[in-house]
Design a protein around this ligand. Sequence first.
Ligand code: ZN
Length: 131
Amino acid sequence: MNLDHIAIAVNDIKQSSKLYGFLQPDNIAFTTFISEDVKIAMLNFGNIKLELLEPLSDNSTIKKFLNNNGPGLHHIAFSVSNLNKYIDLAKEKNFKIIDSISDVDHENNKMIFLHPKSFNGVLIELIERNK
Ligand code: ZN
């Protein structure tokens, strides 16, 4: 298991990318894509990525998050090689699995989210990468 990415909810990806790009101006890999009412930018920092999440509509879960909390840490993601194993483990430990979020992303990576109540207030993503 590795720390895969740290996700931050933002109002404006362009502005935020510049902000975080300031920390590593020479080596910023930057891709954006749209998923479930959310615009996502991935910034590479070594082996760990920073994921910026900007809502595209008022119905977006990120919009609701921003309304409630303002911009800031949204979730931390760990990559796993066998997601099913961790789903079983999470159930065994009675961790609350959030299933309202799509379980496959634009790259066909599989993922689940574990409720912040189970993890000291931090939303946890477990991701099994496609490649
Ligand atoms: Zn994520």
